[in-house]
Write a protein that binds this ligand. Sequence first.
Ligand SMILES: [Zn+2]
Length: 260
Amino acid sequence: MRNALTFDIEEYFHVEAFAGAFRPEEWPGLTSRVVDATERLLDILDYADAHATCHGYAHQMIHRQTRLEFAKDVQRAKTAIEDAAGTAVVGFRAPTFSITRKTLWSLEVLWEAGFLYDSSIFPILHDRYGIPDAPRFPHRVPVMNEHGIAEFPLSTILVMGRRLPVAGGGYLRLMPYPMTRRAIHHLNKFEKQPAIVYLHPWEIDAHQPKVRVGLMTRMRHKIKTGSTEVKLHRLLKDFRFGPARDVLENAGVLNAGEAH
Ligand SMILES: [Zn+2]
């Protein structure tokens, strides 16, 4: 079974955890590290397939935006990527997984903007994001009385009735690799479902500048960035991966060649 591999392309200073340390107005003055790290990711993947996923332009959590602001931001990001990459952008990942119960209206905005799928709903209980009782696997969310948009929730496994995030970001960095491998294997073999792995370029950038934030925040952000690249290599060796769109098609949640 193929799993989905996704990257949220952003600078280390864009992350919500550093919102107190860097204001968006300061971003243009900071030294960019995203290109180097992304090139390393592309080398690892030897990435030929160009199905892009869009991550917003200003990288602001959705609940801080009005519907109109959000619509403008995603359209700006979509157009920028489409112009640069020459390929249609059909998928969306919200900054800090900020599609929650309160911001479900954003799925309508995405659908109106021509997106075919979203992968922003974390079906867990978390202080900053998540819809704890959302479906765990790819499904369709009806919007505006239409067939709707496909949703690829972030991967979890059930441990004693609780949902544990397993396949991306800090969870992937913190968890010993054999546990991640077992979790994805379990999803594929026993639950017969694809996993979705996500990473950010800064998660393989062990030499990013030190940021003046609390120790906990700094730890959460930087922990094990030195070994994440090795984990990605091992994942690519142990599992088959493809773009989220293809995996959703295989799962029967998107139709081949679908557009609206
Ligand atoms: Zn992000």
